[in-house]
Design a protein around this ligand. Structure first.
Ligand code: MSP
Length: 518
């Protein structure tokens, strides 16, 4: 069988509105991590998509006077896919829960669980938050019965439904997290999940009978499958869940399952770390290796959201700072797993000091000096033991951090090396050395070492800022493809070929006209 792929998913997003920067935060993190793994030479599968059934999407479509399928089609094509394209997201697949490939596999999976005795009929009565699409426990709610996430009242549901025997899997789930601490991260998320499991977990209603925007329960078509039960399965239906042995789907499933990382926001942790693994256990399937819950982007101290009118569109930021600065900023500024506030001032400050000054200027100064002192041609190979060992350390540190989803630690390590190279140039003063013809060899050595360091920086930053690093790669005169450069080879010194012709391209990070306008 072919090599198992590193399989990463984002949540599938509700299509009741266009994406905001909270959604983009998860998707960019997934894109950076999968690009990093690709550059480690691994086979990778990166899935994202949209969650289209349920009351929330139905209500929005109705409010807009459009049939739900038309609403979803329009939003997916006009809003979601274009935003991911604009942000340079290199997903391998995009799943929509209204696609037949998903709906058929969900129905087959549910029938399988019923045959195995994991499904029974019963009555559900209790609070339901349409914003979360979640049956709430009275203890989850704020005073006045408000949902703590949406600050809105829940509706009271009283229906005959089909139930999944979630409670039967609690002991096995507790055991799973005790044995595999990395299966749910960060530790705070795992503790929350284990505490929840150690409380009173109830069986889950997995169907709804009061509206029909969903996948019909195969043996009771007056009911539709509960939207979360339908949605969670996307991670497996997209890669061929339950397909016949020998089929393309079965082969894909063998190559990808279990998923390596499900990236989620902390608000949807329980669904992913309790309900989803229980569904998989019931079907006798292996569990995902890791569910990682990141924090929220906050505005005014609260989770940024469209429903609270605090949603910021990615283009509001990228129009000003560019796509790559957007991709860089959130992962660099906020420890992955913690909440973080967004501020224009902080983003402007980092853009100017880290991207424009430390990185962009270093590259443009080097290219200008090679043009001026070497007729635009990379001089003879040279070495600097201190830079070389700093680079080896940087690569090891960055790689360990990135694969552990510590994006901030990984980017910091790379930017520290960038500072180090700036320090090298300042210390060696090539502009002074250039004045003395007898020091030509020394000048060449400084310029070569700086150029090769920038070559390494371009590769290491490529997963975070692909377009900028591709521009820089071309400006350095590199003929190979940057995406094919392996992380494990970055620290090998002297890869930039002598004789390559550099070109002064566009400025990588243009000066901001008005840094804190908005
Ligand atoms: N449809 C479900 C997920 C189903 S996955 C099987 C859903 N969709 S969502 O569109 O409401 O949210 C998707 C993701 O966006 C969640 O991980 C959520 O945490 C994230 N974010 C939404 N607002 C956010 C912030 N303000 N900050 C960071 N992430 C946020 O839930």
């Amino acid at each position: 069988m072919s090599e198992k792929s590193f399989y990463l998913s984002t949540p599938i997003y509700y299509v009741n509105d266009a994406p905001h920067i909270g959604h983009a935060y998860t998707t960019v993190a997934g894109d950076v991590l999968t690009r990093w793994h690709r550059q480690r030479g691994e086979s990778v599968w990166f899935l994202t998509g949209t969650d289209e059934h349920g009351q929330k999407v139905l209500n929005t479509a109705e409010k807009n006077g459009v049939a739900p399928q038309d609403w979803c089609d329009k939003l997916v094509e006009d809003a979601w896919k274009p935003v991911w394209k604009a942000l340079n997201i290199a997903n391998d697949d995009f799943i929509r829960t209204t696609e037949p490939r998903h709906m058929e596999r969900v129905q087959r999976f549910l029938s399988g669980l019923k045959e195995q005795g994991h499904i029974y009929s019963g009555k559900y009565e209790g609070p339901y938050c349409i914003g979360c699409e979640e049956f709430k426990l009275p203890g989850d709610l704020l005073e006045g019965g408000l949902c703590p996430i949406h600050s809105k009242p829940c509706e009271t549901v009283s229906e005959e439904n089909w139930f999944f025997r979630l409670s039967a899997f609690v002991p096995a789930l507790i055991e799973h997290y005790k044995k595999n601490p990395t299966a749910c991260e960060p530790a705070s998320a795992r503790n929350e999940v284990v505490a929840f499991l150690e409380g009173e977990v109830q069986d889950l209603s997995i169907s709804r009978s009061t509206f029909d925007w969903g996948i019909p329960v195969p043996w009771d078509t007056k009911q539709v499958i509960y939207v979360w039960f339908d949605a969670l399965l996307n991670y497996a239906t997209a890669v061929g869940l339950g397909d016949e042995a020998g089929s393309v789907g079965a082969e894909m499933f063998a190559k990808t399952w279990p998923a390596d990382v499900h990236l989620v926001g902390k608000d949807i942790l329980r669904f992913h770390a309790v309900i989803w693994p229980a569904m998989l256990m019931a079907a006798g399937l292996p569990l995902p290796k890791k569910v990682f819950a990141h924090g929220w982007l906050l505005v005014g101290g609260e989770k940024m959201s469209k429903s609270k009118l605090t949603g910021i569109a990615p283009s509001d930021i990228t129009d000003h700072f560019g796509v790559d600065a957007f991709r860089y900023y959130f992962l660099r500024a906020i420890p992955f797993g913690s909440d973080g506030s967004f501020s224009w001032e902080d983003m402007s400050a980092r853009y100017t000091s880290e991207l424009a000054n430390d990185f962009g200027n270093l590259a443009s100064r080097l290219i200008a000096m090679i043009e001026k002192y070497c007729d635009g041609v990379i001089p003879a190979l040279a070495k600097d033991a201190a830079l070389e060992s700093a680079l080896a350390e940087t690569v090891a540190k960055a790689d360990a951090s990135m694969v552990a989803l510590d994006f901030q630690g990984g980017i910091n390590a790379i930017m520290e090396f960038c500072k180090r190279v700036n320090g090298y140039v300042t210390e060696r003063e090539p502009w002074i050395v250039a004045k003395d013809e007898s020091r030509k060899a020394e000048l060449n050595e400084i310029l070569y070492n700086t150029a090769d360091s920038i070559r390494a920086l371009a590769v290491l930053l490529h997963p975070v800022m692909p377009a900028t690093c591709e521009t820089l790669w071309a400006a350095l005169g590199m003929q190979s493809s940057i995406a094919e450069q392996k992380i494990s080879d970055v620290a090998t010194w002297a890869q930039i070929p002598t004789g390559s012709r550099v070109t002064k391209g566009a400025v990588l990070f243009p000066r901001l006209e008005d840094p804190v306008a908005k």
